[in-house]
Design a protein around this ligand. Structure first.
Ligand code: MG
Length: 159
């Protein structure tokens, strides 16, 4: 088995769509980033890459690469899952938390899980939690949104 941890944060800015966990969430601001700024997807990707001992998301998807400009981060998840499988592992479990003061994310969690399932992580193998930061720090002040993820990879054994 392998475990991995991922963390990400992005600044909230006007004139951007808010995409978290592959879901377009109605809000007056969105996350700034080279891609769509999907903080949860990035944290999950970093957890998976970490479990493989394969560096980090920036190594695999450099923000100098125009291919990923405004790209849906869920499109980045697919090749990472291919790498997981090519390395002889499957995703046993992902747990994650998104830290955002606003908007309220709880109503969107099932849609996020469906988006991860469409990208290749079954919804029975991922948990997503939404927390505020009780008004403290950058997330609490609404300057940005952060996400954390852990994953467990299981070695695929031939029977
Ligand atoms: Mg990011």
């Amino acid at each position: 088995m392998r475990i991995g941890i991922g963390y990400d944060s992005h600044r909230l800015a006007e004139g951007r769509r808010l995409i978290i966990g592959g879901v377009d969430i109605p809000f007056e601001k969105g996350l700034l980033g080279h891609s769509d700024g999907d903080v949860l997807c990035h944290a999950v990707i970093d957890a998976l890459i970490g479990a493989l001992g394969a560096g980090d998301i920036g190594k695999h998807f450099p923000d100098t690469d125009q291919r990923w400009k405004d790209a849906s981060s869920m499109l980045l998840l697919r090749p990472v899952l291919e790498l997981v499988h090519a390395s002889g592992y499957s995703v046993a479990w992902v747990d994650s938390v998104v830290i955002a003061e606003r908007p309220r994310l709880f109503p969107h969690i099932d849609s996020m899980k469906a988006a991860f399932e469409a990208a290749g992580i079954p919804s029975s193998r991922i948990n997503i939690k939404a927390k505020t930061n009780e008004g403290m720090g950058f997330a609490g002040r609404g300057e940005g949104i952060a996400a954390q993820a852990v994953c467990l990879l299981e070695e695929i054994t031939a029977h």
